[in-house]
Design a protein around this ligand. Structure first.
Ligand SMILES: [Zn+2]
Length: 181
């Protein structure tokens, strides 16, 4: 279960695991704002309501940003704005394929510069060809991103499947670019 974290000023900050939320609660850093109905975390002694939203009790002065952007599927998807880099179609973050621009069979490596998000049809069409051979054009040259600004839009805009309790806190504010209080 994911927990939505709000800043001291009630702005959405990030999603975290419930385990981390409990650490912050017990450390006195965060308070519970909402809980999931009918969900508990059981310790030997008692059952705790499962938080769905927590809020920092103090202001966070330091701007929280990824220390270093890890090369993983999710971040590749974020870098490419969730779109196939050949045909620009949107692909779901949990169901996309990624394409080796220079195929592995031709010596292409698995790196920021050689991996892009691709929809399944484009990926299958391209197969073991280079983009030139397949007559396909990349929409942009992939590089290691310095920041993933769209994380706000993709992670923290309310959409179906997210806990309904988050809805009031997500979506409208252009909060990501603001410095944190
Ligand atoms: Zn495509």
């Amino acid at each position: 279960m994911d927990v939505l974290v709000l800043t001291h000023a009630w702005r959405p900050l990030r999603r975290i695991s419930w385990q981390l939320a409990f650490q912050w609660i017990f450390a006195g850093r965060a308070e519970v704002i909402e809980t999931y109905p009918d969900r508990t975390v059981n310790s030997a002694r008692r059952a705790w309501p499962m938080p769905s939203i927590v809020r920092f009790l103090r202001r966070v002065r330091r701007r929280l940003r990824p220390r270093r952007i890890t090369f993983n599927r999710r971040n590749v998807w974020l870098r490419d704005r969730g779109r196939c880099q050949y045909c620009d179609q949107r692909v779901a973050s949990d169901a996309f394929t990624y394409d080796h621009i220079v195929p592995r069979s031709r010596g292409g490596d698995t790196s920021w510069g050689n991996i892009v998000v691709a929809c399944l049809p484009c990926n299958q069409y391209k197969a073991d060809l280079t983009p030139e051979e397949a007559g396909m054009r990349l929409r942009r040259t992939p590089v290691r991103p310095r920041a993933l600004p769209d994380r706000a839009a993709t992670d923290l805009r309310w959409r179906a499947g997210m806990p309904t309790s988050w809805r009031d806190y997500l979506g409208t504010v252009a909060w990501w670019t603001d410095a944190l209080e």
